[in-house]
Ligand binder design. Structure first.
Ligand code: ADP
Ligand code: AMP
Length: 217
């Protein structure tokens, strides 16, 4: 079977993780989130985690060589995968291209989730995550059933350290300067699909599903 990948591209808070988790359930793609892999490395106190931590606190990009090592190990384990939060710059995209050709894999689509800066700040300040399963909540739009506890695991939700206004603004700047050029990069390759991500989670998912050929209206 040919190895196939999707990229979810978009600013922090666009809903990449939220949509990736739904795509895992409905379409069987495996989510590969470089942010999640890095947070796990920080939590486990590995060497990668110790290097990455300072960059992540500031909202800066972690060096490419670390990222590509993490991605390569993860992609090799799955026939269908979604890249969430990777690539983040042109050099990572070029490295990905080399890696995919080496392992005879192909990108199906790059789905760009677009949403305004104000909406992003609003969403990220209210984001909470389960430290056990990684499920993403929002205190305003998708709160847990019981006060601050994960619906699935029952443990208290946490606020990410980088979800504060100053770091969010820096992550948006980094997105504009380093990541946004990927829009043209993939548009030229004719695999870019743009989806407005300012509607509800289910409506955004329906639009992605339509691109992938499913009917989840
Ligand atoms: P990303 O992975 O792109 O950083 P997340 O999936 O973590 O974004 O979503 C950021 C926050 O916005 C979370 O609190 C999530 O619950 C919320 N969110 C995601 N998609 C939507 C949406 N379509 N409408 C409103 N809130 C959303
Ligand atoms: P995310 O979970 O995607 O919001 O990423 C959180 C943080 O992890 C970012 O602000 C970066 O510091 C780091 N990070 C995640 N993915 C990458 C990547 N592909 N390249 C560099 N840094 C990354």
């Amino acid at each position: 079977m040919e190895r196939l990948g999707l990229i979810l591209l978009g600013p922090p808070g666009a809903g990449k993780g939220t949509q990736a988790k739904k795509l895992e359930l409905e379409f069987g793609y495996k989510q590969i989130s470089t942010g999640d892999l890095l947070r796990k490395a920080v939590q486990d106190g590995t060497q990668i985690g110790r290097v990455a931590e300072g960059y992540m606190k500031k909202g800066a990009l972690v060096p490419d060589d670390i990222i590509i090592k993490l991605v390569k190990a993860a992609i090799l384990q799955h026939e269908r995968f979604i890249l969430d939060g990777f690539p983040r710059n042109i050099s990572q995209a070029n490295m990905l291209e080399g890696l995919l050709s080496e392992i005879h894999a192909r990108l199906q689509y790059v789905i760009l989730l677009s949403v305004s800066d104000d909406e992003i700040v609003h969403r990220l300040l209210a984001r909470r995550v389960c430290p056990v399963c990684g499920r993403v909540y929002n205190l305003l739009t998708s709160p847990p059933k019981n006060d601050n506890l994960c619906d699935d695991c029952g443990v208290p939700l946490v606020k990410r350290e980088d979800d504060n206004e100053e770091t969010i603004r820096n992550r948006l700047k980094v997105y504009r300067e380093e990541t946004a050029p990927l829009i043209d990069y993939y548009r030229k390759k004719k695999i870019l699909k743009e989806v407005s991500a300012s509607s509800s989670v289910d409506r955004v998912f329906a639009k992605i599903a339509e691109i992938l050929g499913g009917n989840f209206q």
